[in-house]
Design a protein around this ligand. Structure first.
Ligand SMILES: *[C@@H]1O[C@H](CO)[C@@H](O)[C@H](O)[C@H]1NC(C)=O
Ligand SMILES: *[C@@H]1O[C@H](CO)[C@@H](O)[C@H](O)[C@H]1NC(C)=O
Ligand SMILES: *[C@@H]1O[C@H](CO)[C@@H](O)[C@H](O)[C@H]1NC(C)=O
Ligand SMILES: *[C@@H]1O[C@H](CO)[C@@H](O)[C@H](O)[C@H]1NC(C)=O
Ligand SMILES: *[C@@H]1O[C@H](CO)[C@@H](O)[C@H](O)[C@H]1NC(C)=O
Ligand SMILES: *[C@@H]1O[C@H](CO)[C@@H](O)[C@H](O)[C@H]1NC(C)=O
Length: 549
């Protein structure tokens, strides 16, 4: 199976904006002790809990300081490498560098030296997002965005100093940098995040870069014979007049039938291509057919009509996910890499338990603040389901209108996570089933509105429709709970919603976990398995940093 770190976080520019409006969530979100203390300055610290109740135990975090976008994940000589946007000097956004960590299993990590620091005129204002590509001689190359002394963005190249070193601990910037600057007509502040390269049948490399051209979000396509001298293709790989600036574009093949991962340059029948881009503070993807001879990319639907946007992303890195095409061929499936299961310890399990309307059961015996839970529901008497009015088709709106405290017939039912004993705090991840003219629709929501009694933390409600037929299939949910992050996978990974939450009471041993049904119809938990999760091992062999001059 292929793997991708799929969370897009925030762009350099966006971040500045968000940081201003959202100091609280981001400090909670992203940082270690220092930032929390800063953010909590005017707040009460929760009594009798560890100093860092929101620090995660098995999700990737740097040892300290600010982190945002993931960059250039790759496997090299049997070692996984992961880079990320990092401020080595403080818990706030700034001094953007490429942090670097390695792993043998994608779960336990070793922090190695900073790979790229802003120390050249062409990147002095930051080494921003980019990618890695393994070249035909087996050597990896980094493409990254540098912001120069004028605040202009350009693309740069870097290589490992010693390719025999599997840790790739030292990276050297190309003397030819910057290798690409914004072409005429492209705003030099809207030209960033080069994707991983792929080879066409003509032996030439391609990559795309995120931009806005003629007021439309675009993935500008470049071609090169040597990965160093690049020529802009006459047309972009894709663009959409319904969107503005695209960031962090990614373009990769998936097999039509199966879960096998593919090399970025794979071609041939039985392959679809995924184009992912970030805009409007969300990640979106489309599926389409790509002809590598002509570089024509025909998408199955328009970006915004795509059933499948990733919404509700935030802060720290999610667990790396395997990605493949769904059986129906029109959606991606995302699932935490199986290596995560090595962290599972104490287990609870039961089957075929009735969950009456208006009832809940506590799932006890595991650590509710650090857990992995899989639950499946089966429903009967579906003809009793509420009718879905034809007008409301936006699942986000529907989840807000019918939040976790709004009783229906089939639903809300699901999990209450990071819940306080009195339920004053809880994050609800739940489903509702509706009847339509000729079928059924399953809605999945993550409701953070009661996740914390603290003011000023994110209390959004996110949602998506789950493409499954409740007459034939169980409705399943897997939720990864790690102190301040709740990652939920509905329908085996057809829908994924990630929430960052900052409870005041429901922390550590005061956190509880429940299965609940707040609809009027009874249903059955066909199976539930829950595990306490061990802490991932994270060590640092990073050398002392010299201050930036
Ligand atoms: C950037 O680094 C310098 C030290 O090299 C430090 O003085 C400054 O505060 C840092 N900026 C941020 C935003 O962390
Ligand atoms: C390159 O890395 C290899 C493997 O770690 C090491 O044996 C060798 O000494 C390194 N070469 C240099 C010049 O550092
Ligand atoms: C946007 O693009 C579509 C085709 O992709 C076209 O049909 C439509 O007219 C365009 N709309 C505007 C406002 O340009
Ligand atoms: C972008 O987000 C804004 C605010 O959240 C929303 O009003 C707008 O409809 C979104 N645009 C698109 C194209 O989705
Ligand atoms: C369940 O519904 C009742 C009545 O509408 C409401 O008071 C309660 O808060 C709901 N439970 C949850 C977990 O939202
Ligand atoms: C939840 O829905 C109910 C009923 O529509 C509404 O009164 C309440 O304000 C909603 N809560 C939130 C946080 O949106």
């Amino acid at each position: 199976m292929g793997f991708k770190f799929n969370i897009k976080l925030l762009s350099p520019k966006l971040l500045i904006k968000i940081y201003v409006v959202c100091v609280f969530c981001f400090c909670y979100l992203l940082n270690s002790h220092g930032a929390q203390v800063a953010a909590f300055k005017d707040h009460r610290l929760p009594p009798k809990v560890s100093q860092q109740p929101y620090r995660t135990a098995y999700h990737f975090q740097p040892p300290k300081n600010w982190m945002n976008d993931p960059n250039g994940p790759m496997s090299y000589k049997g070692v996984y490498h992961f880079f990320y946007q990092y401020n080595p000097y403080g818990p706030l956004w700034g001094n953007i560098s490429w942090g670097h960590a390695i792993s043998y299993d994608l779960i336990n990590w070793v922090h190695v030296d900073i790979a790229l620091s802003p120390n050249k005129p062409y990147d002095i204002n930051g080494c921003f997002s980019g990618s890695t590509t393994i070249l035909p001689n087996g050597e990896p190359a980094i493409l990254y965005t540098g912001v120069d002394t004028n605040g202009h963005q350009a693309t740069n190249l870097a290589f490992p100093r010693n390719v025999s070193d599997p840790l790739l601990n030292v990276w050297v910037k190309s003397p030819r940098n910057p290798i690409l600057s914004p072409p005429d007509g492209v705003d030099p502040e809207m030209y960033r995040d080069p994707s991983t390269g792929w080879l066409g049948p003509d032996g030439e490399w391609r990559f795309v870069i995120g931009s806005q051209v003629d007021n439309q979000g675009s993935a500008i396509l470049y071609k090169s014979k040597d990965f160093s001298t690049w020529v802009r293709s006459s047309s972009p790989l894709h663009f959409s007049n319904k969107t503005k600036m695209w960031e962090c574009p990614d373009f990769y093949p998936v097999v039509v039938d199966g879960k096998k991962g593919l090399d970025a340059s794979a071609q041939g029948k039985n392959i679809k291509h995924v184009l992912k881009a970030s805009f409007n503070n969300s990640d979106y993807y489309v599926l389409g057919n790509y002809d590598p001879k002509t570089d024509q990319y025909d998408t199955d639907v328009d970006f915004l009509d795509s059933k499948a946007s990733f919404r509700g992303w935030s802060g720290l890195q999610t667990i790396p996910r395997s990605i493949w095409l769904s059986k129906s061929g029109d959606q991606l499936v995302q699932w935490p890499v199986k290596e995560l299961e090595k962290l599972r310890t104490q287990k609870v399990h039961f089957e075929n338990k009735e969950l009456k309307g208006g009832s809940m059961i506590e799932i006890s015996g595991i650590t509710a603040s650090q857990a992995d839970v899989e639950i499946a529901f089966s429903l009967s008497n579906l003809e009793e389901a509420e009718q879905l009015s034809a007008e409301v088709v936006d699942p986000q709106i529907l989840c807000r209108q019918k939040n976790a405290s709004t009783s229906g017939k089939f639903g809300p039912f699901g999990l209450l996570v990071l819940a306080s004993k009195d339920l004053n705090e809880h994050t609800a991840v739940f489903f509702r089933v509706f009847k339509t003219a000729d079928s059924f629709r399953v809605l999945m929501c993550a409701d953070q509105s009661r996740s914390s009694v603290r003011p000023k933390v994110d209390k959004s409600i996110y949602g998506a429709f789950l493409a499954l037929d409740p007459r034939n299939e169980k409705i399943s949910l897997r939720t990864l709970i790690d102190h301040s992050i709740v990652e939920s996978f509905g329908g085996g990974g057809l829908v994924c919603i990630t929430a960052r939450v900052y409870p005041e009471m429901a922390v550590e041993e005061n956190a509880h976990l429940y299965a609940f049904n707040n609809g009027s119809q009874s249903l059955s938990i066909s199976s539930l398995s829950g595990w306490s999760m061990k802490k991932a091992q994270v060590v640092s062999i990073r050398k002392r940093r010299k201050p930036i001059k």
